[in-house]
Structure formats: C-alpha cells, structure tokens
Design a protein around this ligand. Structure first.
Ligand code: NAD
Length: 256
C-alpha cells in the first residue's frame, strides 16, 4: 500500500494522468493533480478522488511550459514521494514546415518540465529516504514515425533523462523509470474515431483495427487503468531494483 506517500502527477485533469492519479489514490497514496487551468472542475476532480478513496487530494495549477512553475508545483506540494511526469502535447507536421513555437512548446512541456520537477523533487525524496520517478514517455520514445519530430525528440529525450536520473540515484532508495505506452484509449483518442471513420469511409471496428491500431499488434488500445497499474507496480517493493529503464505497455508495437 502507498499509505503515507504523496504522488504528484503533472497534466492530470484528464486522460492518462487522471487514470494514474486514480490508481495511486486507490493504492492509498495522497495525490496532487495538476494542469495549467484553474477551474472549479479541476478542484472537483481532486475532491472526488478524496471522497472515493479516502485519501488527501489537491489540485495545484501550474503551467508545465514554464520552468519556475514546474519547480513551484513541487514546492507547493510540499512533499513528493512519487513524481509522475505525464503532461504532454502533440503537433503533426513535416519537419521543414514545423512551426518553431510548436517545437519549443513540445520540448518545454514534454521534456524540459520533467528536468525541472525532478530537480525539485529529488532532494525531498532523499530526505524522505524513498522515492519513485516515473516518466510517461511513449512507444515514440523508442521508435519514430514521420511528421512527429518534436514529440519523438522529446520522448527519446525523456528516456535518456530517465536513465541518467536512474544512475544518479542508483545507491539511494529511489528509482527512475519511464512507461512507454502504445495507443491508449483516452477521451481525446475516442473523439478522433468518428473523424477517422469519415475520412476513411470505414466502420468503427475497421478504422480502429486498420488505421488507428495499424502499428499495435494486439489490435487493442491500452487503457488508462493499465497505465495506472503499471505505475503502482513501479512503486512496489518488487520493482525496487528496476531503475534507469523503460516498460512498454504497447500491445507489441516495439516488438515489430
Ligand atoms: P491528454 O491530452 O488527455 O492529457 C494531457 C494532460 O496534460 C492534460 O491533463 C493537459 O491538461 C495537460 N497539459 C497540457 N499542457 C500542459 C501544460 N502546459 N501544463 C500542465 N499541464 C498540461 O493526453 P493523454 O493521452 O492522457 O497524454 C498523457 C501523456 O501520455 C502525454 O505525455 C502523452 O504524450 C503520453 N502518451 C499518450 C498516448 C496515447 O495514446 N494517449 C500514447 C503514448 C504516450
């Protein structure tokens, strides 16, 4: 059980981050949710987790594209035993047409933010005598696809950062790992299905199988609960010697 531990999950008011926060809370951890917005719904998500799982849950607004706000998130959390770097955005364009501001935003949110949160959290973990750094990379942290240059550069970068932090904490009771999801069914992905059906003039099952999951041999989406379960496993004693590496949850994508 993760009783008494505090998990800070960046970008966790939707999708995978929220799914991981739920599994952390189910396992008994106090949780800090985050995104760049500051709406009633954001705070209601935290209140809902607290009520459902009987843990302390807070929502802390911080923009992960800003170095000082990344470090501020960890400082405001006050404690960070489990750090999950999940915030991420995507943009698709050929490299010679890729807008510079999109490149910069993707590198800032998907990669630089993790440097800042890790730098702020490691002293807290060392002081507490236990810690887990879990970075949400991607199958695109290990392989490439055309037109996603910034995302793939950032995700490969976070895999490298994960390994380096694993080495720098190797003799401490702290581990650093990356989860590399394949295609995960989130509300955002769900919302793309009707458009893809129209574009390809296909039914739902066909577009999911042959278009969206073309590279996922299992022909099934991974789920946010599976991401959360993998993160909880990485916090267990069984995973204490797993460090500086990646765990793929991708239905066989990277085996191809
Ligand atoms: P999502 O869009 O549902 O979630 C992204 C989260 O990041 C949201 O909570 C959003 O509010 C937050 N965010 C965006 N910009 C931010 C900023 N500047 N500051 C703070 N928070 C910010 O998408 P998701 O699919 O849940 O993606 C979560 C992570 O998983 C990302 O890093 C993504 O690259 C990775 N991933 C997703 C898939 C997939 O198939 N969905 C596959 C591989 C990896």
């Amino acid at each position: 059980s993760l009783d008494g531990k505090t998990a800070v999950i960046t970008g966790s008011n939707s999708g995978i981050g929220l799914g991981i926060a739920r599994e952390m809370a189910r396992a008994g951890a106090d949780v800090v949710l985050n995104s760049f917005t500051d709406n009633d719904e954001d705070h209601a998500l935290a209140a809902g987790l607290a009520k459902e799982f009987g843990v302390t849950a807070r929502y802390i607004q911080a923009d992960m594209s800003k170095a000082d706000q990344c470090r501020g998130l960890i400082e405001k959390a006050g404690r960070c035993d489990i750090l999950i770097n999940n915030a991420g955005i995507q943009h698709v364009a050929p490299v010679e047409e890729f807008p510079t501001e999109k490149w910069d935003a993707i590198i800032a949110i998907n990669l630089n933010s993790a440097f800042h949160t890790i730098a702020a959290a490691l002293p807290m973990m060392r002081k507490a005598g236990w810690g887990r750094v879990i970075n949400i990379a991607s199958a695109h942290g290990l392989t490439a696809s055309p037109y996603k240059s910034a995302y793939i550069a950032a995700k490969h970068g976070i895999v490298g950062l994960t390994k380096t932090v694993g080495l720098e904490t190797a003799e401490d009771p702290i581990t650093s790992n990356a989860i590399c999801p394949g295609y995960v069914l989130t509300p955002l992905v769900e919302a793309q299905i009707p458009d893809q059906m129209k574009t390809h003039n296909m039914g739902r099952d066909e577009v999911v199988r042959d278009v969206m999951l073309a590279r996922q041999p299992s022909k099934e989406f991974a789920t946010v609960e599976q991401m959360g379960g993998t993160a909880v496993f990485l916090c267990s004693d069984a995973a204490a010697q797993i460090t500086g590496t990646t765990i793929s949850v991708d239905g066989g994508w990277t085996a191809l």
